[in-house]
Design a protein around this ligand. Structure first.
Ligand code: NAP
Length: 323
């Protein structure tokens, strides 16, 4: 079948590790279902895979088809959207706390292909009112943003949230979800183009990266990592929360503990989201008529162009590949 995959990772030049070609049709294990992929969205995770970097404790078994997220159709014709976390059979409660969870393209083949197989519980019926295009971005970026905002931030309606780095998939989701949920939304970006995107999506105010703010925010959302971390800690009010979930510009940061202690800051790490949060997210997106920001839609054969856009830091929300 057609597939976009990584044969051999390249840490220096991830684009060179991308192969557009053919891979074997997947075998469907017991309890799993086959999905014909119609839309699959790109995540930073795919760049990390092309570079050979994984959060799992075992190396990625290359060749590996890329892609964490998709919408598509089951063999019986049911339209579905994928919940991305695959857990062990004994899981109970919060899936993100399961010690063995993984996402597609880490241990099982990913979504950038004609077909993908997933555990039956991971294929959710496509809700009425959500297109397959928009559903394909829900799994990783939007689910993560939902958990950051709804579960981890400690924000109350009307409070001020600062989103670092406006143009990314998670950041645009945070801006749109925050605005729809009644927050005062502020965003930073490296340039005016990013600030225009942020305000167009509903941010009340935009600031260039590192710029001092007129006052501190109740919570700061940081997916950028090293480049914005110091500004994130300096921008949160006493008793507030910095939600950390990304390391696009590097994972090792310096942290002065004194302001963390004196200002009683909470630094909350977070990863992905639960199946229940995914259902709530889908309900919110449909109920509030949110149209997720998608910057590029490309046929899957042109996946390399989308990967290049992300590697070069030129995203405008999510990038979706169609099949
Ligand atoms: N914890 C989780 O569950 C989880 C889930 C999804 C993603 N992530 C992580 O979150 C991060 C963002 O993911 P994403 O899919 O939203 O990525 P993305 O679409 O590529 O977004 C990158 C973001 O980083 C900002 N940025 C600042 N400095 C940058 C630089 N030097 N180069 C590139 N971008 C820079 C950009 O904002 P401006 O251009 O506006 O400055 C943009 O918002 C990644 O590290 C990813 O691995 C974590």
């Amino acid at each position: 079948m057609f597939a976009v995959y990584c044969e051999k990772p390249d840490n220096e030049n991830p684009l060179a590790a991308l192969v557009v070609g053919e891979r074997p049709e997947p075998v469907v294990p017991d309890g799993w279902v086959r999905v014909r992929v119609t839309h699959a969205s790109l995540n930073r995770h795919d760049i990390f895979t092309l570079r050979g970097i994984t959060g799992q404790d075992t190396p990625i078994p290359f060749p590996m088809i890329l892609g964490n997220d998709a919408s598509g159709v089951l063999d019986d014709g049911t339209p579905v959207v994928l919940y991305p976390l695959i857990t062990g059979p004994d899981r109970a409660g919060d899936e993100t706390l399961d010690l063995g969870w993984h996402v597609l393209s880490e241990k099982a083949q990913g979504t950038f292909a004609d077909h993908v197989v997933v555990p039956r519980r991971n294929a959710l019926p496509l809700p009425d009112g959500l297109s397959p295009l928009h559903a394909s971005v829900m799994g990783t970026a939007w689910l993560t943003a939902y958990r950051m905002l709804a579960t981890k931030s400690g924000l109350r309606l009307g409070q001020t949230m600062l989103v670092q780095g406006a143009t990314g998939g998670v950041s645009t989701a945070l801006i749109q979800l925050g605005r729809a949920s009644g927050m005062e939304v502020w965003a930073t970006s490296r340039d005016a183009r990013g600030l225009d995107l942020a305000t167009g999506l509903g941010a009340h105010r935009g600031f260039l990266s590192g710029e001092p703010l007129p006052r501190k925010a109740d919570a700061v959302f940081d997916s950028v990592g090293k480049a914005t971390w110091a500004h994130s800690l300096a921008s949160v009010k006493r008793g507030g929360t910095v939600v950390a979930m990304g390391m696009t510009t590097g994972r090792r940061v310096e942290m002065d503990l004194l302001p963390v202690i004196v200002n009683q800051l909470t630094v909350a790490g977070t990863i992905m989201g639960t199946l229940e949060e995914m259902r709530d997210l889908l309900g919110l997106v449909v109920g509030a008529s949110i149209v997720p920001q998608i910057g590029d839609v490309l046929p899957m054969e042109r996946a390399g162009e989308g990967v290049r856009t992300m590697v070069e830091g030129r995203t405008r929300g999510k990038i979706v590949f169609t099949r």
